[in-house]
Design a protein. Structure first.
Length: 116
């Protein structure tokens, strides 16, 4: 079965850290550019970070720059999002997206809640 599965979300206090994982099954993630997006209640989905298929190019939204780090391990068919210095405004459902030549896959999302 072809799917993406996110994990690693949860409840964390402000200033804390989480590492999200996006694992692929049924296809090789190594061909794909990967994006992490998030959607908070009542807000539009926001692209927070991207990584190219080789890992040589990355993008970060201004809102997370310097706090989040995207990485990939193609051998494990997994992409990660390390999130440090979390703020309440980072609270959202986080999704990963894999895109290559018109092939487009989405995970089901993982909830991140930053609250004291």
């Amino acid at each position: 079965q072809t799917q993406l599965v996110e994990s690693g979300g949860g409840l964390v206090q402000p200033g804390g850290s989480l590492r999200l994982s996006c694992a692929a099954s049924g296809f090789s993630l190594g061909y794909y550019d990967i994006s992490w997006l998030r959607q908070a209640p009542g807000k539009e989905r926001e692209r927070v970070s991207c990584i190219s298929s080789s890992g040589g190019s990355t993008f970060y939204a201004d809102s997370v720059k310097g706090r989040f780090t995207i990485s990939r391990d193609n051998a494990k068919n997994t992409v990660y999002l390390q999130m440090n210095s979390l703020k309440p405004e980072d609270t959202a459902v986080y999704y990963c997206n894999a895109n290559w030549r018109g092939y487009d896959y989405w995970g089901q999302g993982t909830q991140v809640t930053v609250s004291s």
